[in-house]
Write a protein that binds this ligand. Structure first.
Ligand code: MG
Length: 366
């Protein structure tokens, strides 16, 4: 398998000095952990095409914490370049600086802009004390279709497997071609099925209006991020589009930075919040806010490995409201299947999430 590994200087397994003997940890009364991280570069089975181009390999970090009692927990840093969080290199630099032992207040030394690393550390610290979920609960999953014409042939097998929500990346090809293609795609959908479109911010106002007018009479569940989050006047434009067209709009790239969700809730956003927990520094607090506001939430994959997916899916299962179909219909995703979460099925059960073996994923990087 082609995964590449760079092991950090504070890799627990390489600590040959003996300086992290259990007896030397009892320094200050704070909980101490051995900290280690491993960097990965994992080729996707199929390169992922979005409005930002072709994405061939997933790079990120896995973190491992071990407390004095020998209890081990994991976290994952999986940034997506165009979402504007830290890069993998930046996260790795911070990890190097943390050293071989960390205290339970380690989060205070992770910079605010490193949202992915903050999420990884927080999920590792919470370990099995994370959100409680009920094993028998099952949530619907949306199937991810490839971009462009390749989507047409992908619908039938997924429909036969039972999927009824299909996500298709748009803004990848010429607008006229894609508008024609969507009707071919809709013709292949099973009865009652819906399409979820994701433009990844590719359109300007004129294109977004053309698309939303086209979607109005069609089975489109919602259109995700029609306008780039950092476009001039993006927030007013998105609110205007949401009020002018019947198809709901989803915010994804627009709700990653600190304070984004609070601001959109205050502005009374009438559409969907797409939540990639892996990119949100303080995902637990953000999700609690959305829960309280009874917001319409779609929990979505950041194309992370099973380690980050487990933490993100636990949050989805703990969500009080009824979330829309999960954006986790992505597996098998990696050439090396040891990094995948549970394979695509139209429903995922909480017990499948709890059964994800993070240690096996960590060990696959050795
Ligand atoms: Mg998206």
């Amino acid at each position: 398998m082609q995964n590449q590994l760079r092991t950090g200087i504070c890799n627990f397994d390489n600590s040959a000095t003996g300086s992290c003997q259990l007896g030397r940890w009892e320094l200050s009364g704070a909980v101490l952990y051995r900290f280690a991280y491993r960097r990965y570069q994992l080729p996707f089975r199929q390169p992922v095409r979005t409005a930002h181009g072709v994405w061939a390999d997933r790079e990120g970090l896995l973190l491992r914490l071990e407390n004095e009692a020998g209890v081990v927990s994991f976290g994952e840093v999986s940034p997506i370049a165009w979402f504007g969080t830290e890069t993998v290199d930046e996260a790795e630099e911070v990890c190097k600086g943390l050293g071989e032992h960390v205290k339970d207040e380690v989060l205070a030394s992770v910079p605010e802009h490193c949202g992915c690393l903050r999420f990884a550390v927080a999920s590792a610290l919470s370990g099995e004390h994370g959100p409680k979920i009920e094993g028998a609960k099952a949530l619907q999953v949306a199937a991810l279709l490839p971009a462009g014409r390749a989507a047409l042939n992908a619908v039938e097998p997924k429909a036969e497997a039972g999927f009824r929500i299909f996500k298709w990346k748009v803004g990848v090809a010429d607008i006229a071609d894609e508008l024609a293609m969507i009707d071919d795609l809709i013709a292949r959908l099973p009865a009652g099925a819906k399409l979820r479109l994701d433009a990844n911010g590719a359109w300007d106002r004129r294109k977004a209006e053309r698309w939303l007018a086209h979607c109005a009479e069609r089975p489109v569940e919602f259109v995700e991020q029609p306008i780039a989050a950092d476009a001039k006047g993006a927030e007013d434009l998105l609110l205007g589009l949401a009020n002018d067209y019947p198809t709901p709009i989803g915010l994804d790239e627009s709700v990653v930075r600190e304070g984004d969700v609070v601001r959109w809730l205050e502005r009374g956003w009438p559409g969907v919040f797409v939540i990639k927990s892996a990119l949100l520094g303080d995902a637990a607090a953000t999700i609690a806010r959305l829960d309280k506001a009874k917001a319409c939430v779609v929990f979505s994959s950041a194309l992370e490995t099973a380690v980050g997916a487990k933490a993100a899916l636990r949050m989805a299962f703990a969500f009080g409201g009824e979330p829309r179909a999960l954006g986790f219909g992505v597996w098998p995703l990696f050439q090396d299947e040891r990094f995948d979460g549970p394979y695509q099925a139209p429903f995922i059960r909480a017990q499948d999430v709890l059964a994800i073996n993070e240690e096996a994923v960590w060990n696959a990087l050795s």
